[in-house]
Design a protein around this ligand. Sequence first.
Ligand code: PMP
Length: 287
Amino acid sequence: QWIYMNGNYVTKEDAKVSVFDHGFLYGDGIFEGIRIYGGNIFKCKEHLDRLYDSARSIMLNIPLSYEDMQAALVETIRRNEMRDGYIRLIVSRGPGNLGLDPERCPEAWVIIIVEQLAIYSEEAYRNGLVSVSVSQRRNIPDALNPKIKSLNYLNNILVKIQANLAGVGEAIMLNAQGYVAEGSSDNIFIVKRGIVYTPPCYIGALEGITRATIIELCDKLGYTLKEEPFTMHDVYVADEVFFTGTAAEVIAVREVDGRVIGSGAAGPITSRLLEAYRQIVEVEGVS
Ligand code: PMP
């Protein structure tokens, strides 16, 4: 396994960062999770756009041009001979001193890791996940703006801990007002009477790239899609519930907080969207 670190390709054993790295000390940095399908990078431009926007927002200077970053991704995939897998792209503020001042960090660090992905079983895609809502609230749009895909994932990790304690794969996070926001690392959709709903991102959700793809697919397939705030009540009485994410793709939810959703398996619209999603990942992508 070859890992890209600031222009060098190093082995897993040699891929080490400094204890003075501000990504490590303070979570000061940003990242992207990207999929490789059939050797191609899926939604490369969208991921790089989000990365460079996150960087601009936190005044992090990425030391690579957009084109060089794309070339680095392609080369890392090539060296790892990866056909289907996952790319983790990290840009840390880089090594500095123990103070939190980013001006003491002269050089941002760019790291690209390509790995096999452990995803849900096909059984889970057919029958759906069990999920729960958790007490953790999604950060409101301040420095921890969900739109910035920063290395500060503590909130999401606390959600994941609550999911683990409940014995479920993904949990549902509300915002401070009690509206449904998203999962620990997935966006959420519900279907009611044939209409597909997802929370608007201002509620407190990452502008997920899979979410955007599903919104487009709803349009193509003729489903009405509404970006509207909703509550856990709406989730409980939905005909279908599903999560979307780069790793999870489109995964149905069959039960939430003990309430059985719809038929208790992946519903027809969820299944149709998953099928359509899997069709486009095969044909689109940068190589
Ligand atoms: N929300 C959060 C908090 C996430 O970390 C992710 C994963 N990147 C998502 C949603 C899904 O986004 P995407 O479809 O871009 O992977």
